[in-house]
Design a protein around this ligand. Structure first.
Ligand code: ZN
Ligand code: ZN
Ligand code: ZN
Length: 754
């Protein structure tokens, strides 16, 4: 009996062919296995029983890094095969998901620190179960000549491993050793270039002196500095122009992290996973004795990561203290990836460079995850996650995708990702950034071209945000020959959460964020809608408040506080004292006449208003700063909430919440109590509004989405209270709830409404 078996999914660069080869040898099957541009093709001839066993193994026990999406089997005429072979790759013009870059596996880690191993302390050790993938791949099919490893010719030992199907390094494309592979070297202003162990030693010496070292990682450069040295951390912040935004730290192992962070079992698993994200953990009180205060000021969480590569392991263990690890860039620019680029762009920041000669083809940042409600939720999706596609398996909608329509979606303005979609695959890109500088815009354009070519997508539709001023919108409008679909921001948020959960039925969507453009030309951000992938109908939203100063109020949040103050008609005596009298008069006129005061219905701005009227802060230097600080003040022992108004016309009026918070502060109530009652108020009005929507619509499924749902307390409490009311609640997991998920939602809406 002879069968042709096609396997689709992440099946290249993950040891799939040797896995099949070994099974076929074991079961006495003849034929061949081959990578194609769309997956793996197996031509297998043997007795029916063996072929059945082979299929079962592929379905149930594939290699650890592989993801089998689906399998097609065809019966064929028997041929005169006598043995089983691994054949050269063939390009059949199809497309295939590319594996993300994966952190070092346990076996390689053991070899790395085994003095008897030929790769002892070799920073580029890898195998079919680990190592770089996406960042080094130039094109598919995934073979060494198509990667940046092309120029390293394997030595005899490495080639033997590479050719031996029984070896862990069989066809491991980045396979290398100290004899034949890439090397690290050190460059700084003073001394001559150092290589290998000397380079590593020099890096450790500088780090011990509190200096800043640029380290070339998987998808770009990191800047490292001693996380226990306050002066050193402050110096890094100043040079990077990054003043308050929390920095992540890298630790050598879990025990080191436990000295300053609370780690649950699930969090430990996420930290240890080969995707190696930064995980947001709760700080321990003992942190102050260990981690410099300016690593993550004013908040109760800290981002922690285990070493993502063998090189990082060598540094982490040699240094033996936590290191700040931040993207190698000036604030808000994309991460630097090439040696010369890094030395040019980072020369004013880093005191030395730990470089290597394995080129990075595609830049990709570190990912960020958190554990919410007992499960991982990705909030910045990059290394280790992208470009793994989201396969939308909803039985109703996925049928329509086979119409052959392909989509390019461009995201919003901040935290931009792009997404290309074909069949039921959504290839959402790694985090690109905020479209505020030329370098990020360039990176955005590069990423579009890379995803189109790597996944063989020729879009019929371009999807983009409704906001007319976004650079992504303007870019979309310049693309000729494509159908153009503008997608409402919060509809896109809801759609992305639906695809994340594989659902397609009508839902009650709760979308809370900073701001997104509404179809009435106002700025939305506190929206409760009935929606599916085709359409949306706004049911409830926060009352519109004129946002004095427009975009400037996003950093000068006292203007948001003033907007609420004027709205309430109450005299915020103490609050007024902090603001210049002349400016106050001007702002009042602006509010009255609605000059440069766009109306907003945003929950993000409500957080800003409360933070400022209770005296927490008047300015922010990064998005979500006031909200994170308020969340950090929560006390689980506080009950109670502030009164709000909700009308049958669909308006939730939170002005009384801000006023009550202010009055509490005036009466000397502590910040922790106020913050908790404020959070409880949002939980209350959300559950209230959702119940009202159910009453009129009969809908019972709720989607929670938007950047505000990075707030653990809000998400967990709204979810559990809705569940107590009998709702079925969906939250984000694989796709960020913030604007990093928008491109996927846009793609889904464009596909299904077309
Ligand atoms: Zn490995
Ligand atoms: Zn070698
Ligand atoms: Zn948003």
């Amino acid at each position: 009996m002879r069968k042709k078996i096609y396997v689709y999914g992440i099946v290249q660069g993950v040891g799939f062919r040797p896995f099949v080869y070994n099974l076929c040898k074991k079961f006495g099957i003849a034929g061949y296995v081959m990578n194609t541009a769309s997956g793996v093709c197996i031509d297998a001839q043997g007795d029916p029983d063996s072929l059945e066993k082979l299929l079962k193994e592929i379905q149930h026990n594939p290699p650890s890094l592989s993801i089998v999406e689906h399998i097609e089997v065809y019966d064929c005429e028997e041929k005169n095969y006598t043995e089983f072979k691994i054949m050269q790759s063939a390009d059949d013009g199809g497309f295939i998901p590319v594996s993300p870059d994966m952190g070092i596996c346990d076996e390689c880690l053991e070899e790395l620190f085994d003095p008897g191993n030929r790769r002892y302390r070799y920073p580029f050790i890898n195998c079919t179960n680990c190592g770089p993938r996406y960042s080094i791949i130039k094109d598919i099919p995934y073979d060494r000549p198509m990667t940046t490893m092309e120029r390293f010719k394997m030595c005899r030992d490495c080639q033997t491993e590479y050719d031996n199907p029984d070896d862990r390094r069989f066809h491991a494309q980045p396979n290398a050793c100290p004899i034949c592979g890439p090397h690290v070297f050190w460059v700084d202003d003073g001394s001559a270039t150092l290589e290998g162990e000397k380079a590593l030693k020099r890096a450790i010496v500088l780090l011990n002196e509190g200096r800043i070292v640029a380290i070339k990682g998987v998808g770009g450069f990191n800047l490292a500095v001693d996380a226990t040295d306050e002066t050193a951390v402050k110096r890094l912040r100043k040079k990077k122009h990054r003043y308050d935004k929390p920095l992540a730290v890298m630790v050598a192992d879990i025990d080191m992290a436990k000295r300053f962070a609370v780690i649950s079992g699930v969090e430990e698993n996420v930290l240890l996973s080969q995707r190696r994200p930064i995980v947001l953990l709760k700080k321990k009180a003992s942190l102050e004795h260990f981690i410099a205060p300016s690593v993550a000021p004013d908040i109760d969480t800290i981002g922690v990561m285990l070493p993502p590569t063998p090189l990082h392991y060598l540094i982490a263990r040699d240094f033996d203290r936590p290191l700040v690890m931040t993207s190698g860039n000036l604030s808000e620019e994309p991460i630097a990836k090439d040696n010369s680029e890094a030395m040019d762009r980072l020369k004013g920041i880093a005191d030395g460079f730990l470089l290597h000669d394995r080129d990075i083809f595609a830049r990709i940042d570190d990912s960020v995850s958190m554990v919410i409600d007992g499960k991982e939720m990705v909030i910045r999706r990059a290394r280790g996650y992208a470009p793994q596609p989201i396969v939308y398996t909803s039985p109703v909608e996925s049928q329509k995708l086979h119409k052959g329509i392909e989509v390019l979606a461009l995201g919003p303005h901040d935290k931009v990702t792009i997404c290309v979609a074909k069949n039921n695959y959504f290839f959402i890109s790694q985090h690109i950034g905020d479209m505020d500088n030329v370098k990020t815009i360039q990176y955005f354009k590069e990423t579009i071209e890379r995803y189109k070519s790597l996944f063989r997508v020729q879009p019929d539709i371009v999807a983009y945000d409704m906001h007319p001023d976004y650079i992504t919108t303007q870019y979309a409008l310049t693309i000729e020959g494509l159908k153009k679909v503008a997608v409402q921001h919060h509809h896109a948020h809801i759609a992305s959460c639906m695809v994340d959960n594989g659902i397609s039925q009508k839902v009650i969507g709760v979308a809370y964020d900073g701001t997104g453009y509404g179809d009435d030309d106002k700025l939305w951000g506190g929206e409760i809608m009935i929606a599916d992938l085709h359409s949306y109908h706004r049911q409830y939203h926060l009352k519109y408040i004129p946002l004095i100063g427009g975009a400037t109020a996003i950093r000068k949040i006292y203007k948001v506080g003033l907007s609420y103050m004027f709205e309430s008609g109450y005299d915020f005596e103490l609050f007024k004292k902090r603001i210049d009298k002349k400016e106050m008069e001007l702002l009042k006129i602006q509010w009255e006449k609605k000059i440069n005061a766009p109306e907003v219905s945003s929950v993000g701005r409500l957080f800003d208003a409360v933070a400022t009227v209770i005296g927490l802060r008047d300015y922010t230097s990064y998005e979500g700063q006031a909200a994170s600080q308020l969340e950090s003040l929560i006390s689980l022992s506080v009950n109670g909430y502030y009164e709000y108004d909700i009308s049958d016309e669909g308006i939730i009026n939170p002005v009384s919440i801000v006023l009550s918070a202010y009055k509490d502060r005036e009466a000397g109530v502590d910040l922790s109590t106020i913050s908790t009652k404020f959070h409880n108020s949002i939980v209350m009005f959300t559950v209230d509004a959702v119940k009202r929507v159910r009453k009129v619509s009969g809908l019972n499924d709720v989607v929670l989405t938007g950047g505000v749902f990075q707030n653990r307390y809000l998400l967990e409490n709204i979810k559990s209270q809705l569940e107590q009311e009998g709702f079925c609640v969906y939250v984000h997991r694989k796709i960020p709830c913030n604007d990093g998920g928008i491109s996927l939602g846009q793609a889904a809406v464009a596909l299904y409404s077309s």
